[in-house]
Ligand binder design. Structure first.
Ligand SMILES: [Zn+2]
Length: 92
């Protein structure tokens, strides 16, 4: 199989060009922004897809990464009550 089709599968007249497009995804609740990700773009209808090879490489590197250990959210200590000791005494 060739790396990518020569002509656009959508409009079938445009040529597929390699370009770099911003790619944004969410990984474990974290926004990952890759400003110049390899993509294949039609020069006529501008249909595009991200390079599947680069995508699988990216996924492999993401899954190889040690996952952050999920710790139960630490319980916040109850806020201390405002000190009442600075209240002036009314009388003795
Ligand atoms: Zn096209």
């Amino acid at each position: 199989m060739s790396a990518h089709p020569k002509f656009c599968p959508r409009c079938s007249i445009g040529h597929i060009r390699r370009k770099r497009l911003p790619y944004v995804m969410v990984v474990e609740d974290q926004l990952v922004n890759i400003p110049r990700f390899p993509a294949l773009v039609c020069d006529v209808c501008h249909a595009y897809m991200f390079d599947p090879v680069a995508l699988s490489r990216l996924e492999a590197s993401l899954s190889a990464r040690p996952r952050p250990v999920k710790t139960p959210r630490a319980r916040r200590a109850a806020p201390l009550a405002p000190a009442a000791t600075d209240k002036p005494l009314e009388s003795f």
